[in-house]
Design a protein around this ligand. Structure first.
Ligand code: GCU
Ligand code: CA
Length: 757
């Protein structure tokens, strides 16, 4: 093996693999850095002895052996993850089948001879989005969230099949995964749709529209909508296909209408809704025929599978399927209204209300405080049943906090939630169902829970590791590892954070179809700022928000032409006075029209400003005149603070991640950088512990000038923290405040500095 590096230096030099008779096989492993997919090619410059070149593929590094990871395509790609080529001469070998997802490629000679390669690579066949194709974006003060947003968007792109790819498909379609199954799956599209809508906008919408159309065209005479198809399938025309059920299950069939409704909300494409509405009606007719005496939808061993195919059919009245049925009825009512059928809308609304009562009467378990898995499986705490019930509005508002708390306390682990308590079902963590839980938490205001869930489930996918592919994994073992080589490490159904971050954290969502009206309602959690935009048929809806120094909240919203909406400002004591474009519109409950804001109201959590026209709205929310000045805390362990010593955490009672244990020496300081709105004086509190008996003395140095000599008394123990308050002169802007010890005892331990009072 000589000069393997030539293969990655872009067109100069050659690599030579040589195998002697009986000798070891030369091997090269290429790392593409992240998941890619397409047609492999190999350019042979010279050969001797007609050897066999073997290429194999893996997404994760742990599976890159001679056979690859074993997760071949079911359709529209190579079923094998390893290919042999007998090399008979110079020239380029173009593999005729797509290897749809691989970060790693292994090439080896498996019989004697030699091959000189001048190039090797993969002709990308998925949807290629350069920066221009992103009509939406998301950036925030959390690097992890930013990576997660883009990894989700890219996961979808690897699963997109541009029309005409390899003569496979006539339509733009979206598959479930990059390497496997490479089928069009209606359940997966429930997550993939929103991911595309917020990231690619009109560049990606058609992939969802045509996939919905394709699956809907294969509706059976029973009304059942086919939940999966190979992308080669032509759109079916002509009469309904005879039969009762097809791929894959009742639950999957129940994603057709929600997928259509989501597509409509994002695009406002009413013509398409009209064309598909008969499919919706027939599908609901079929569901109605499968309702039992309690008014609940039932499944049996012919149609009871779900996202956890390895758990087998769920039969009887399954809560998750009934919650999905409820969603179908409410979405069908919405689409009926939008298509000018108010009476039909009322019928669906009434059916939904009756179903909701039946679910709550028969499937909620007062003993566990959560919904049961089904009328047959009682007592198991079930993630999908409860996440669905909360997100789709089946659960009464008063029950939601208890349900979410129970899911967390019973199911959550370090690497994400297990989907079921007990031992009857697989413990594989599902990013698909965790995405539903994520949306359920955000939609009901549990921002902290949602952010922890994102970090637990998806944070591990964007960190370096053997399964890092820059794309989102199909499922995860409880220990955070991937179950097997065939597990897809690029699965669109795992991309939920992309849309959730845009819709709830950035906060930009449609209210009426196509964003004719919209709401921007940030859920900041612990973030300090977010910037992004969401594509709409009217142009981008752009948002930036950030916490103001010293308390308060700033937002910039750019509303596209022909739209109106609501800007929701997080309410706190520091945001009681709100100005828009410099004009005061809200002061502690009193609204004054101006700057395009036509009305305002507050529910205690947000102040909602209605704006009626396109344009830029700069919103500044500050403490009103009667509000106390906020206190700003600066931790000793957080840069730009400096600790001339170590950051320790061995004495409890500190705030943040630790405290400054400065070296016991003259001048070994703890320093803070403090922002002041104006020049003058500031009252600062320094929190410290001094477990040694004698007081320790230090100079207080502000911006290089000693302003006081301080004495830090003994506090009795290193775990007893007290705050010492002093007044110091400050400049407008940043000031350094340093505690510099004047004896060899050094400083006490320093926890934080607080400014304000
Ligand atoms: C102990 C104590 C430290 C402290 C040090 C000191 O070692 O554990 O937290 O900083 O004393 O006297 O400064
Ligand atoms: Ca010390």
């Amino acid at each position: 093996m000589t000069n393997a590096g030539a293969l990655v230096t872009g067109g100069s030099g050659t690599a030579k693999l040589t195998m002697a008779p009986g000798g070891p096989a030369p091997v090269i492993i290429l790392d593409y850095g992240k998941n890619v997919g397409g047609y492999p090619y190999f350019t042979v410059a010279a050969q001797s002895g007609n050897p066999v070149l073997r290429a194999s593929y893996s997404e994760g590094s742990q599976y890159i052996g001679a056979n690859g990871d074993g997760g071949g395509a079911f359709n529209a790609g190579d079923k094998s993850r390893a290919n042999n080529y007998t090399i008979r001469g110079a020239g380029t070998i173009n593999h005729s089948l797509i290897q749809g997802g691989e970060r790693f490629q292994r090439i080896a000679l498996t019989s004697p001879g030699s091959v000189t390669l001048s190039a090797i690579g993969i002709k990308f066949s998925a949807y290629r989005a350069t920066a221009n194709e992103y009509q939406g974006y998301f950036m925030s003060s959390s690097d992890e969230l930013n990576k997660i947003w883009y990894a989700g968007a890219y996961t979808n792109q690897l699963s997109m099949l541009p029309p005409g790819t390899g003569g496979i498909n006539q339509l733009p379609l979206i598959l479930d995964g990059a390497k496997r199954d490479r089928n069009v799956w209606i359940g997966d599209m429930y997550v993939e749709g929103p991911t595309n809508y917020v990231s690619l906008g009109s560049n990606g919408n058609e992939y969802l529209k045509q996939s919905i159309r394709l699956l809907g065209s294969y509706q059976l005479t029973s009304g059942f909508v086919t939940g999966c198809l190979a992308p080669q399938s032509p759109v079916h025309t002509g009469p309904l296909i005879p039969g009762t059920t097809a791929c894959y299950s009742t639950s999957y069939s129940l994603y057709f209408t929600p997928d259509l409704a989501d597509y409509y909300r994002a695009t406002g494409d009413l013509d398409f809704v009209r064309s598909q509405f008969p499919v919706v009606q027939r599908q609901l007719g079929w569901n109605a025929s499968r309702v039992n005496g309690q008014g609940l939808l039932v499944t049996d061993t012919s149609d009871g599978l779900d996202w956890d195919w390895y758990d087998g059919n769920k039969t009887g009245a399954v809560t998750a399927y009934n919650a999905l049925y409820y969603l179908n009825l409410t979405e069908a009512a919405y689409l009926a209204r939008e298509t000018g059928q108010p009476d039909l809308a009322t019928q669906y609304t009434n059916k939904a209300a009756a179903l909701r009562i039946a679910i709550n009467a028969n499937l909620f378990n007062a003993g566990t405080g959560v919904y049961d898995l089904s009328d047959k499986v009682r007592g198991t705490v079930t993630q999908d049943a409860n996440a669905d019930a909360v997100l789709f509005g089946v659960a009464p508002a008063g029950a939601v906090p208890g349900i979410l708390a129970k899911l967390k306390s019973t199911l959550w682990g370090t690497h994400g939630p297990r989907p079921f308590s007990g031992s009857g079902y697989s413990t594989l963590i599902s990013p698909f169902i965790s995405g539903i839980e994520l949306n359920a938490r955000l939609a009901t205001g549990d921002t902290a829970g949602a952010m922890q869930l994102v970090s637990d489930v998806w944070g591990q996918m964007v960190r370096p590791g053997p399964s890092y592919t820059g794309t989102m994994w199909e499922n995860i073992k409880p220990d955070g590892s991937v179950e097997k080589g065939s597990t897809s490490l690029a699965h669109g159904w795992s991309s939920a954070p992309t849309s959730a971050l845009t819709r709830y954290v950035l906060g930009a969502r449609p209210v009426d179809a196509g964003y004719a009206t919209w709401i921007v309602q940030p859920q900041p959690g612990s973030l300090s700022w977010t910037a992004g935009q969401v594509p709409t048929p009217h142009g981008p809806l752009a948002v930036k928000w950030g916490r103001a120094t010293g308390g308060g909240f700033d937002m910039d919203v750019t509303a596209p032409n022909g739209t109106s909406g609501t800007i929701a400002v997080p309410a706190s004591g520091q945001t009681t006075a709100i100005a828009v474009n410099g004009t005061s519109v809200w002061d502690r409950g009193t609204f004054t029209a101006g700057a395009g804001v036509t009305s305002a109201r507050s529910d205690g959590s947000y102040v909602y400003l209605s704006v009626s026209a396109a344009g830029n709205y700069r919103v500044t929310a500050r403490a009103g005149s009667g509000e106390p000045t906020p206190t700003q805390r600066y931790e000793a362990e957080t840069a730009p603070a400096v600790c001339q010593g170590t950051i320790d955490s061995n004495h409890s009672g500190f705030s943040g991640a630790g405290f400054c244990n400065a070296d016991n020496a003259v001048g070994a300081y703890s320093q803070f950088t403090v922002n002041a709105p104006a020049a003058g004086t500031a009252t600062i509190g320094v929190r410290f512990a001094n477990g040694g008996a004698p007081a320790r003395s230090a100079n207080l140095i502000v911006n290089g000038a000693t302003v006081a000599a301080l004495s830090f008394e003994g506090t009795g123990a290193w775990t007893t923290w007290v705050t010492k308050t002093v007044t110091v002169p400050v400049n407008a802007g940043n000031n350094t405040i340093r505690f510099s010890p004047t004896t060899a005892e050094g400083l006490p331990n320093v926890d934080f500095l607080e400014v304000g009072a």
